[in-house]
Write a protein that binds this ligand. Structure first.
Ligand code: DC
Length: 224
């Protein structure tokens, strides 16, 4: 029997997905996969190559050819063997990633890579469509949310920047991510909804670990 466990964490920008997913993965000894970083890496490559965001064919080619690697136990991201951990966090890349991620063929290329990454290990994977599209059969699905102003404040605390500007940027990105035709951001019907506004990291972590325990027993999937 396949004993691999998939914990899918979805939600809007700034809901705390990365911090929480990384902690939960460390606690469980699972591999952590940040799928947003993959869209960001393709967007970075496209900007560097001067590929227009309406050039779907070239964007698909980049997504197919991109060699994206994560370093286990750290938050480093490599694109074609180059450490792009910091480069992909720039605000212009956030906006570009949101545009690139609206293209169906780019999504299909990256979803394929995401499924391959989870083929050999139990994973905590975070993004926008993990519980709905990438792994609709994930054993544990969580949808993390928080008030918009709280999400902007967290982003500014983490990465600096102007609060109002960040709030506007998050609002625009969420709107695009929720209304696109291809795999829009939405909660899977069987996902646990957690509003993290006012909750501590420990609270959220415990809630997710509880959900994982409820679905697993001694690392084996409960076959109910
Ligand atoms: O989580 P993030 O901010 O790093 O994601 C960057 C962009 O990529 C975001 O605007 C939405 C998109 N994204 C997506 O469409 N699907 C995913 N699974 C992950 C991210």
């Amino acid at each position: 029997m396949d004993k691999r466990i998939i914990v899918a964490i979805d939600g809007p920008a700034g809901a705390g997905k990365s911090t929480i997913a990384r902690r939960v993965a460390a606690k469980l000894g699972f591999v952590y996969i940040d799928t947003g970083a993959m869209y960001r890496a393709v967007a970075l490559w496209a900007l560097r190559q001067g590929v227009a965001f309406h050039d779907m064919h070239r964007l698909e080619q980049l997504a197919l050819a991109a060699d994206i690697q994560f370093t286990a136990g750290s938050s480093q991201v490599f694109l074609n063997n180059e450490d792009v951990t910091e480069a992909i966090r720039l605000p212009e890349i956030s906006a570009a990633a949101s545009q690139v991620s609206a293209i169906g063929s780019v999504r299909r290329a990256l979803v394929e890579k995401q499924r391959e990454m989870a083929a050999a290990a139990s994973v905590v994977m975070e993004g926008r469509d993990i519980g709905t599209v990438v792994f609709p059969n994930a054993q544990v699905k969580v949808f993390l949310d928080a008030d918009q102003s709280e999400r902007a404040r967290r982003r500014v605390d983490q990465s600096g920047g102007d609060l109002e500007e960040t709030e506007r940027e998050i609002r625009e990105r969420d709107q695009r991510d929720r209304t696109r035709a291809e795999s829009p951001l939405m909660q899977a019907p069987d996902a646990t909804y957690i509003d993290t506004t006012g909750l501590t990291l420990e609270d959220v972590e415990q809630a997710i670990l509880k959900a994982v325990r409820a679905r697993t027993s001694n690392g084996k999937e409960v076959t109910s």
